[in-house]
Design a protein around this ligand. Structure first.
Ligand code: HEM
Ligand code: HEM
Length: 206
């Protein structure tokens, strides 16, 4: 096969991730990293727990700098997230790719994954563990945005802050959502590196 034939063969494969998924996914990845790094620096100014994050892995240098980063990337994250969720619902992608999630299948797939017996031949279909994690992290992302808004504008958005049980509770919710996202990210990136063709598909579409 010549390289032109190979290129044509690739062209004929069906698209796994349409361009809007790829663009919003990588935009989200960049925005999330900025939000995490600046969030850690904000946390350091008034820690909720008995530890702080090393300055080497935080963003912004000091509280005011970190807040600027946080509020700048917030727009990118929120607008991008609204586009992704709207198109995910409108195109039926969420319904066909992320649902149904059946507890029995999650357990079987999780066992298979932990014993390295889970097949990755068909990247266009997510297994139950992937569905659960992706659907779950989308919900967590929505909650972190809402809790962020409620600690950003606790006076204007009183009803939202009250929904979280007040300002202090909203701060804890915001923090634990961050922890869930960081935990997801570590596993998600490791798994992507183990199956590199999944990264190619998220970059090139197939
Ligand atoms: C629209 C989205 C968001 C808004 C409006 C927002 C807003 C805020 C605000 C106002 C604070 C300061 C709280 C304080 O003064 O104590 C804060 C802190 C923080 N944010 Fe966000 N945030 C958003 C998204 C995110 C995301 C996506 C992450 C990480 C994945 C994140 C991580 C953090 C962390 C770790 C802190 C410090 C927690 C604390 O000590 O209270 N934020 N955020
Ligand atoms: C730099 C870090 C990241 C890398 C290398 C990465 C890589 C990937 C890859 C390769 C896929 C396709 C996976 C598959 O076939 O299962 C994917 C899908 C996905 N990733 Fe990431 N990702 C990163 C960051 C993130 C972040 C920060 C989030 C959210 C907090 C996220 C959420 C998702 C979701 C929801 C999907 C499914 C998207 C869909 O099919 O509509 N990723 N990621």
């Amino acid at each position: 096969m010549t390289s032109i034939d190979a290129a044509q063969a690739t062209q004929q494969q069906p698209v796994i991730h349409p361009v809007w998924v790829r663009v919003t996914h990588w935009t989200n990845a960049v925005a999330m990293l900025v939000m995490i790094g600046s969030g850690w620096e904000i946390y350091n100014a008034s820690p909720l727990f008995g530890f702080t994050f090393p300055g080497l892995i935080t963003l912004g240098g000091w509280l005011a700098g970190a807040l600027l980063w946080h509020f700048a990337a917030m727009w990118l994250l929120a607008v991008n997230g609204i586009v992704y969720v709207a198109l995910g619902l409108a195109t039926g992608r969420f319904r066909t790719k992320l649902l149904p999630i059946r507890p029995g299948e999650v357990i079987t797939d999780a066992k298979a994954a932990l014993t390295f017996k889970l097949a990755h031949d068909d990247l266009s279909k997510y297994n139950s563990v992937q569905r659960l994690l992706y659907a779950g992290i989308i919900v967590v992302a929505i909650v972190i945005v809402l809790s962020g808004l409620s600690i950003w504008k606790p006076v204007q958005l009183q009803w939202l802050t009250a929904l979280f049980g007040g300002y202090d509770a909203a701060r804890y919710v915001h923090f634990f959502c961050m922890a869930a996202i960081v935990g997801f990210l570590v596993v998600h990136v490791l798994l992507a590196l183990i199956v590199p063709k999944s990264i190619r598909a998220m970059v090139a579409g197939r």
